[in-house]
Write a protein that binds this ligand. Structure first.
Ligand code: PHE
Length: 376
């Protein structure tokens, strides 16, 4: 005999006549209930489950009431009533808690769908980096700032006065040929011609006009020349001007400062030297060289031949410099008998090429990311 489908039958039809037979009967019903309950795991199956047990007309509890309880003899009725009450309590609370579980499960599934999975690979937005010129400029600034220089900047559009005259380069001076530049197309009748500065040296004048000694500045910026582009020339490049003027600055301060810079920038193993040169605004003027960074100053390449970078000389020209020409002080109302100083003008692009072994200045301006990415 099984009670599984049998609340449809009366107790007498099930052969139950003794009170002791009641408990096992209900135990079977409970077992059935428990297994159906475990199977109700979504909204649809839960509703079927609920109706099967609590349905008014043919739910199991109704059938038990109608078929077992009502017709039972008074002797059995008490026991059946007790068992039925217990079963009803169990059924009602279990069905309610199944429902709560299914609802919160659904909530959780919805949450899971909306949740951002931080372990997934993201959309990578490439992060830019400083251009190598900017990086090298930063290195140069750091070195000079650490020994007391400050950084100033000036206009790229200049007057011939600041770019030439005040630097002791009068109108028909031959060095103007080297520094031929771009003049701005100004409206007719404009008072002064304007040009793109050919060097950062105009800022020597502008700085000394504004400040009294002691002056110690560096001036980074873009400069322009009418050069045809090739591996070492560009119509625009970058310089860092340096100027130090005080009452007691000597040639030794000058060369010591430059040597310090060169060693900081290229490394302690590099040697610097200077050769006589000429600039209208420095006297004496020099050209600084460093031992060739490619062959270590030997003049011989790794393969045994002549170093192609220094052409076997072992030295590479770095930049121009000198003691400020006393004539320049006349343009800024400094007393040349009381003050002295030095100035230098280095090409940032050139220093970058030497330090990082780049053999074509044009790559700085082509914005090819394959080049730029090598200097993150
Ligand atoms: N202005 C010079 C040039 O561009 C470099 C320089 C600067 C030389 C300062 C001496 C002193 O060639």
């Amino acid at each position: 005999m099984t009670a599984i489908n049998n609340p449809a039958q009366k107790l007498s039809d099930l052969g139950v006549s003794q009170p002791e037979q009641i408990a096992p009967l209900f135990a079977e019903v409970r077992a059935r209930f428990d297994s159906e309950s475990a199977a109700a795991h979504d909204e649809g199956s839960w509703k079927q489950f609920r109706d099967a047990w609590l349905g008014r007309k043919s739910g199991v509890l109704t059938l038990i009431t109608d078929n077992w309880l009502k017709p039972a003899s008074p002797e059995l009725k008490r026991v059946v009533g007790q068992e039925l009450n217990q079963l009803r309590a169990r059924v009602e609370s279990e069905i309610a808690s199944r429902r709560a579980a299914i609802e919160s499960g659904a909530d959780q599934a919805a949450l899971a769908r909306a949740r951002i999975d931080l372990s997934l690979p993201g959309v990578v937005r490439p992060i830019g980096s400083h251009h190598l010129i900017r990086q090298v400029l930063q290195q140069i600034e750091d070195i000079f700032v650490s020994i007391g220089f400050s950084v100033v900047e000036g206009p790229e559009i200049e007057t011939p006065y600041y770019n030439f005259e005040a630097l002791n380069i009068p109108e028909f001076h031959p060095v103007r040929d080297d520094m031929d530049t771009f003049y701005l197309d100004l409206p007719k009748g404009a008072p002064n011609p304007l040009l793109l500065r050919t060097h950062t040296s105009p800022m020597q004048i502008r700085t000394m006009e504004k400040r009294q000694p002691p002056v110690r500045v560096i001036v980074p910026g873009k400069v322009y020349r009418r050069d045809n582009p090739d591996a070492t020339h560009s119509f625009m490049f970058h310089q860092v001007e340096g100027l130090a003027v005080d009452t007691d600055i000597t040639f030794c301060d000058f060369t010591g400062t430059i040597e310090y810079f060169v060693k900081q920038f290229f490394g302690a193993g590099v040697k610097a030297r200077f050769r006589p040169s000429y600039f209208p605004f420095t006297e004496p003027s020099v050209e600084f060289d460093v031992t060739c960074v490619f062959c270590g100053g030997s003049g011989t390449s790794a393969g045994g031949g002549t170093c192609s970078k220094c052409k076997g000389a072992g030295w590479i020209e770095l930049f121009g410099a000198g003691m400020v020409d006393p004539a320049v002080y006349g343009f800024v109302n400094y007393d040349p008998k009381k003050v002295s100083g030095f100035a230098f003008g280095m090409g940032i692009d050139r220093l970058a090429m030497l330090k990082y072994g780049i053999d074509d200045i044009q790559v700085f301006f082509q914005n090819d990311v394959r080049f730029l990415r090598q200097f993150p």
